[in-house]
Design a protein around this ligand. Structure first.
Ligand code: NAP
Length: 385
């Protein structure tokens, strides 16, 4: 039996566009009798074509009557939309499934954070308990969980510290466009000098830096120069948290909820940084394991974590060719490398078990769209049983 009516909101944005692409590639619309598309800005315009199917024109994403007719709603519109609509819809008695990419509901006690290769049993338990809100995790958290699933599953992690290197598409379509415009602005400022190979490199540097700092640099969306630079703060500040950004706070809280370990959380510390990559979040870990295992054994445990993770040998050639956003972007692969023991730390604690690791994953896939489309498949299976 197909899912009867599923409404899609936010399908035009960064996450929504990738979701649509993946659903078409996996023929997911074949399990939906009537897919309907909503918008906050383009009511009445044509909906996206789904192969040979043309859904009806775009509906108003704020029309609670129309939303109330959906068996499931999939939204990638953002937290403000969720805040404006979800509670009002529920208070009118709507009992459908709400599948959401935004963080707004993630930590609600009756919501499940969905990342089925890691926590399928919690999702199944949630369905059995009659839960209706299934929320995608924070992108860096989901990618960390996918990368380190083998170690988490075996309960081998004592604590971990992570520094992130996050792509601009994590900030949405408008920020992605603006970063490209910033890159163009800087290039334009030095293009004539670049054409002359003997031009003084210090003058070239001076002109590029001046372009980056100029009032003409497009920065209405990002707020600061990012091209050729980085921003050591992602998302807003958490009040009374000693200088923690919200992105960093989510690292520990969401990871432990995904694992169902709220009562006995694994200590996770994060420092989150935006870099001028377009797509893919990278993360560098220092991990304290509960046991001092041989490196080969750690690699084998990581490689068995799920079907998408692969371990890259810790050598220069493999790291530079396979462990980068340029290599991973657009694929479901989660690569983990730079694995080595941090033997110098053992002098602080004789027990050993300190390792470093680096991972890259496409945050628009496993960090956003993929868990949402897979949740629709899980609902379909659940309804068939
Ligand atoms: P986004 O690209 O900014 O899109 C959100 C909405 O903005 C679109 O659905 C669209 O709504 C509107 N919009 C306005 N101008 C647009 C333009 N030029 N191009 C496309 N859309 C435009 O946001 P997002 O990155 O997809 O994020 C959506 C939610 O997912 C957020 O809550 C975010 O925190 C979460 N999330 C994002 C990522 C990520 O990597 N980006 C990862 C995990 C979770 P209308 O069509 O209704 O106008």
């Amino acid at each position: 039996m197909k899912l009867r009516r599923v409404g899609f909101i936010g399908w035009r944005g960064m996450v929504g566009a990738v979701l649509l692409q993946r659903m078409l590639a996996e023929d997911d619309f074949s399990i939906i009798e009537q897919p309907l598309f909503f918008t906050t800005s383009q009511v009445g315009q044509p909906a996206p074509r789904l192969g040979c199917r043309q859904p009806p024109a775009l509906l108003d994403a704020n029309d609670l009557n129309a939303l109330g007719e959906m068996e499931a709603i999939v939204t990638c519109q953002g937290g403000d939309y969720t805040a404006a609509v979800h509670a009002r819809l529920r208070s009118r008695g709507w009992n459908g499934y709400w599948i959401d990419a935004a963080s707004k509901l993630r930590l609600a006690s009756d919501a499940v954070i969905i990342l089925d290769p890691v926590n399928r049993s919690l999702i199944e338990q949630g369905l059995a308990d009659g839960k209706k809100d299934f929320i995608g995790g924070n992108c860096t958290v989901s990618l960390m969980m996918m990368a380190l699933a083998g170690l988490f599953n075996a309960d081998l992690i004592d604590w971990l510290s992570v520094t992130t290197y996050q792509a601009i598409s994590g900030g949405g379509a408008r920020q992605m466009r603006e970063l490209l415009a910033q890159m163009g602005h800087v290039h334009q400022a030095v293009s004539e000098m670049l054409a002359e190979p003997t031009y003084s490199i210090l003058d070239l540097d001076k002109s590029a830096t001046a372009a980056l700092r100029s009032a003409q640099l497009p920065n209405a969306e990002i707020g600061f120069p990012l091209a050729g630079s980085l921003l050591p703060w992602v998302d807003r500040e958490v009040a009374h948290a000693h200088g923690l950004s919200r992105e960093e706070w989510k690292g520990a809280v969401e990871a432990n909820k995904i694992l169902g370990r709220e009562a006995a959380p694994i200590p996770i510390e994060s420092l989150c940084v935006r870099i001028d990559a377009l797509r893919c979040h990278s993360q560098a870990f220092t991990i304290k394991l509960k046991q001092d295992l041989p490196t080969d054994e750690i690699c084998a445990i990581l490689a068995q974590g799920n079907d998408w993770v692969s371990v890259v040998a810790n050598d220069r050639q493999q790291s530079l060719s396979r462990l980068t956003p340029a290599a991973v972007s657009g694929s479901l692969n989660i690569v983990v490398g730079r694995l080595r023991k941090l033997n110098s730390l053992t002098k602080f604690s004789a027990e050993g078990g300190y390792i470093s690791a680096f991972t890259v994953g496409d945050q628009l896939l496993w960090g956003a769209a993929e868990p949402l489309r897979r949740m629709l498949r899980i609902l379909h299976q659940h309804d068939c049983n």
